[in-house]
Design a binder for this molecule. Structure first.
Ligand SMILES: [Zn+2]
Ligand SMILES: [Zn+2]
Length: 145
C-alpha cells in the first residue's frame, strides 16, 4: 500500500482525497466539520481502554458502523459516539442515539456498552444487548464486504 503524508499534520496516511491532498483520519474529520451542518463521530475501545478506531458520518453511513468496519471483531468492547451540529453559527452537541442498524452491528461485533450524546448535550451509557429501536436510517448496510 502506498503511504501518503497528511496535508495538515504530516502523519503517514492512506486517505487520498485528490491528486494533491491526503489527510489522516483525524484531520479529514476535522476538515469535514467545516463542510457539514451536523456530523457524528464514533470511537471504538477495547476492554482495557485502547482506542481501536474512529469513524464519522461523512462517509454516507453512520459513524458507529464506519468505525466498526475498520477493525477485527474480537476486540471491540465499548463504543462512544457524539453528534455535533452547527446552527446559526453556533456549535452544539445533539442526540447520537444509535439507529437500529448500528445496534445490530454493535451486537454482532460483541460491543458491550455504548455511550452516546443526547439532545440536551449530556452523555448516557447503555448496554448494547438491551437496546432495541425502530429508528432506521437511510443506509441499511450492516456488513460491508
Ligand atoms: Zn493529519
Ligand atoms: Zn446508525
Amino acid at each position: 500500500m502506498i503511504t501518503f503524508f497528511c496535508a495538515e499534520c504530516d502523519a503517514p496516511c492512506h486517505n487520498r482525497l485528490s491528486a494533491t491532498d491526503a489527510y489522516c483520519d483525524e484531520c479529514y474529520y476535522a476538515k469535514s466539520l467545516t463542510m457539514y451542518r451536523a456530523i457524528s463521530f464514533a470511537a471504538v475501545y477495547s476492554k482495557d481502554g485502547r482506542r481501536l478506531s474512529i469513524g464519522s458520518s461523512v462517509n454516507k453511513c453512520c459513524a458507529e458502523r464506519n468505525a466498526l468496519w475498520s477493525i477485527d471483531h474480537e476486540e471491540a468492547s465499548y463504543v462512544v459516539v457524539c453528534r455535533v451540529q452547527k446552527k446559526k453559527q453556533k456549535v452544539s452537541v445533539t442526540s447520537s442515539r444509535p439507529c437500529m442498524q448500528c445496534i445490530l452491528t454493535m451486537q454482532m461485533y460483541g460491543v458491550e456498552k455504548v455511550c452516546y450524546s443526547t439532545k440536551s448535550g449530556e452523555f448516557v451509557w447503555e448496554e448494547v444487548h438491551h437496546m432495541s429501536t425502530t429508528y432506521e436510517t437511510v443506509s441499511r448496510t450492516i456488513v460491508r464486504v
